[in-house]
Design a protein around this ligand. Structure first.
Ligand code: 7GP
Length: 825
């Protein structure tokens, strides 16, 4: 396809006729079909291929430039990349969305329908995975040399269905029929050893060296996904590893009739990249999960070193200058002993030199304070799967305890046992977070309050030992996907009001603040919201057959289902309103639609019970004529990025109601505000910084603060105190024991009540209930004054400049990576 330069940015650009021709060509020459026969899937595929013609040129150019100049690059290692769909995003970033829309229109096709054909790349669970996706968008947009490394899962996060209100998990088949975005790179295959034993080989005059005799080998096949920066100057890659058997298919065994045996080795090897782990809180699959982690880290480290060696021969001291490796949570920690192993066992470096290189190369991001999410692997498992790595970990640990801890706290065994990488429990465990903190040159939390808690509560001794190591980088979201692409109405209004460069400089949003009281602007802002709500209402009808009015307040909670995120608090508030309406059919409230989207980890009982309860309550509420449509509850199945893109722009109210101190940051909170929703939230995670930017008076802040939570827990929290002191709360909780929501099956929802009373209400829902109900009352009151509501919504969106992943990446680049931009011209 012909490309021509735009004046402002070096974007490969096409006109409508050229785009039409390219799509038709791809239908004919790429897919062997034509415009009369092609279904929408084929049109989607052909459009993606046409886009690739624009992308690949830039990809090669970026790659050549980085290789020639041997630029320092960041390698972002993450077990999750929750990419969602790429077509509309790539069209936006190439700035050819409108042209493609016209081209398809001329061919009788609707671009939005074509985009809807794309399966989501759901290679992640939630916040951590979506953050990785936003970050690689920003890295490319800002022109930083960067590679994302992850796993090419055959099945991403499960597809969620409901059967009689209960979550059913079905396999996700995102690439069953291929994926036009990915390029297989057989020339960069890597081999990964596993199992076996370690031999100490003595060599005359040289001392001893270790040789790991592996019991099995996997083959890692890389698939590259081009990551197009906005303006398309830089196209980086996301490299995802697929596991295959090292041995070719055993022809002889097959021929001799061993049809199943011949496949066994192959399918065992392929299991490693088969599924994304939606849950690792159970024993089953622990070995597989550890192997997944090692598999992708080993492939990635080898790939990084191959590139380094090509440019720098074997001057290993240069490695930390050329390479930064960011560990996205502890999942890729095994990359640390792997780099040590390669440098020492394969490259012949001495321990001190190798250790210094490692310490200057790795940085680690912590995403959670929840103790159950801090990874530990049993020593026995390590010994079996990665015997050489265990030796290396022991050595790192021993040097740390004797040289660092002993020096600071001589003779203090309690300190040693707390900080040790090895937990002397039954069975003995390897603490991955400790290994990360000991090694990494920087450790960051993801919002100010979280990073403080990392210092004071999670790793206080490490903070004493390494006072400059622990830092903060507040999360952000990419405005390309989470505003420009998902909310074209609002994006256009912004273009007209403040110019179109807000996409690259989100601080420009401030420009709408003076318009917050302008009634014309308010009207346009609210009209756009209404249109987005209409789109959502249609989806709700199609997906759940529930009719909702766009005049109601759309009150939305979308995020993974977890008790600390407190969907159950939202639930008891809904019951409160429902009860009020039943007791007084004229109860004065603005109609409310409560929308939920959430997946529960398959093994997480309470999370699944909460989904079930919400669905049962929804059935009852939505069909109760007595309440005259004042209340609707909708739990949309299969929450995913592409659905989120419809829900954020349609929300009036954003539910960010975690127990203070437990949500590390949140990023959905940012997406809602950016799209003009008002937040009801606790002083937790990034909500706190949002309140600083927006002004807490323009949000609905409620509940206990971090300090108050700590104090209440310290004095001994008793949920019954709240239950007996608040008759409305008591009656709502007692309702859950009846068969009102589950006719002729009383008690089916009782576990929710039990968890909030008998089991101690770990997440303090009852303590925050009253203040939550009052905050909701304030929402109702404000919504009655549409102008006042619009003013606050505009003040919210206008204050979101900080929560932009470009800013987060600039923070990483300066505070952690020491990375320079390398714009491709
Ligand atoms: C999430 C945090 O829960 C969320 O608060 C944060 O915004 C997000 O990471 C990005 O930093 N954590 C995860 O998704 C997760 O899987 C377990 O954490 C390690």
């Amino acid at each position: 396809m012909a490309t021509k330069q735009k004046t402002s940015v070096a974007v490969p650009s096409v006109n409508c006729a050229e785009m039409q021709q390219a799509i038709i060509d791809r239908l004919h020459k790429g897919l062997g079909t034509d415009k009369n026969k092609a279904n929408n899937k084929a049109w989607w595929n052909a459009t993606c291929q046409a886009v690739n013609e624009l992308v690949f040129e830039k990809l090669t150019q970026t790659h050549q430039n980085h290789a020639e100049k041997d630029t320092r690059a960041v390698n972002y290692l993450s077990l999750e990349f929750l990419m969602g769909r790429l077509l509309s995003n790539n069209l936006q970033n190439l700035e050819v969305f409108d042209v493609t829309q016209q081209a398809l229109k001329a061919l009788g096709k609707d671009l939005y329908e074509i985009c809807d054909e794309e399966p989501d790349m759901a290679l992640g669970n939630g916040g951590l995975g979506r953050l990785a996706a936003c970050f690689i968008d920003s890295l490319a947009t800002l022109g930083y040399p960067a590679i994302g490394y992850g796993i090419h899962y055959e099945h991403g996060l499960f597809k969620q269905e409901f059967q009689d209100g209960r979550q059913i998990e079905r396999p996700d088949t995102w690439r069953e029929y291929g994926n036009p975005w990915e390029i297989c790179r057989p020339e960069s295959i890597q081999f990964v050893p596993l199992y076996g034993y370690v031999e100490t080989v003595y060599e005359q005059g040289k001392g001893s060296r270790k040789v790991w005799h592996a019991g099995q080998k996997l083959k890692g096949v890389p698939w590259d996904i081009p990551i197009v920066g906005y303006g398309a100057k830089t196209v980086n890659i996301l490299r995802l590893w697929e596991s295959r058997s090292h041995e070719a298919f055993d022809w002889d065994v097959f021929n001799a009739g061993g049809y199943v045996d011949a496949q066994a080795e192959k399918s065992k090897a392929e299991t490693v990249s088969k599924v994304l782990y939606p849950n690792d809180s159970t024993d089953a699959g622990k070995e597989l999960r550890l192997i997944q982690q090692y598999f992708f880290c080993a492939c990635s480290v080898k790939d990084i070193l191959r590139r380094f060696k090509r440019a720098n021969k074997e001057d290993w001291s240069l490695l930390p200058e050329k390479v930064a490796i960011q560990l996205n949570d502890t999942h890729p920690t095994i990359a640390i002993p792997e780099l040590m192993r390669i440098l020492i066992d394969e490259e012949g470096l001495e321990w001190p030199e190798a250790w210094e290189i490692c310490q200057k190369t790795f940085a680690y991001t912590n995403h959670t304070l929840l103790p159950e999410a801090l990874e530990k692997w049993s020593v026995a498992l390590f010994e079996k799967v990665l015997p050489r790595h265990l030796e290396i970990i022991y050595e790192i640990n021993s040097q740390f305890l004797t040289k660092v801890v002993e020096k600071k706290w001589p003779g203090d065994d309690a300190k040693k046992s707390k900080l040790s990488v090895i937990e002397e429990s039954q069975p003995r465990m390897v603490r991955m977070a400790n290994l990360c903190v000991i090694t990494a040159y920087k450790v960051n939390g993801v919002a100010a309050v979280h990073s403080e808690l990392v210092k004071t509560d999670l790793f206080p001794e490490f903070h004493e030992l390494f006072p400059t190591k622990l830092v903060n980088v507040t999360n952000g979201v990419t405005p390309r996907r989470w505003l420009k692409a998902c909310n074209p109405g609002l994006a256009t209004l912004l273009d007209e009001t403040i110019g179109d460069d807000w996409v690259l400089n989100l601080d420009k949003l401030k420009g709408i603040l003076p318009k917050a009281t302008d009634s014309d602007f308010q009207q346009r802002f609210m009209d756009i919201k209404k249109e987005n709500k209409m789109v959502m209402a249609k989806i709700i009808k199609e997906e759940t057959d529930v009719e909702v009015s766009v005049d109601a307040i759309f009150d939305v909670q979308i995020k993974r289902l977890h008790e600390y995120k407190r969907q159950q608090l939202n639930l008891i508030h809904i019951l409160t309103l429902y009860k009020r309406l039943l007791e007084d059919p004229d109860y004065d409230m603005i109609p409310r639609v409560f929308l939920f989207g959430a997946k529960a980890a398959p093994g997480y009982h309470m999370a699944k019970e909460i989904i079930f309860a919400l669905n049962k309550i929804a059935d009852k509420v939505n069909n109760d004529v007595r309440i005259k449509d004042k209340l609707k509850v909708v739990f949309l199945p299969n929450y995913r990025v592409s659905l989120a893109e419809k829900m954020f722009p349609a929300a009036d109210v954003s539910e960010q109601i975690s127990t203070a101190g437990l949500e590390a940051s949140g990023t959905g909170n940012m997406k809602f505000s950016l799209n003009g929703a008002l937040t009801i939230g606790t002083m937790d995670g990034a909500n706190i910084e949002m309140a600083e930017e927006i002004g807490a008076e323009h949000m609905f802040i409620f509940g206990l603060s971090v300090e108050e939570v700590k104090a209440l827990k310290a004095e001994g929290y008793n949920p019954y105190d709240y239950y007996y002191n608040n008759p409305e709360l008591k009656s709502v909780l007692d309702w859950l024991d009846s068969d009102f929501f589950t006719p002729s099956h009383p008690g089916l929802l009782s576990d929710i009540k039990r968890s909030l009373l008998d089991w101690g209400d770990e997440y303090l829902c009852l303590a925050d209930y009253e203040s939550y109900v009052n905050a909701h009352q304030a929402i109702d009151t404000l919504y009655r004054d549409q102008s006042a509501w619009a003013e606050k919504a505009i003040l919210n969106a206008g204050a979101m400049g900080k929560f932009n992943s470009d800013r987060s990446i600039e923070d990483y680049a300066t505070k952690i990576w020491n990375l320079k931009k390398f714009p491709i011209t």
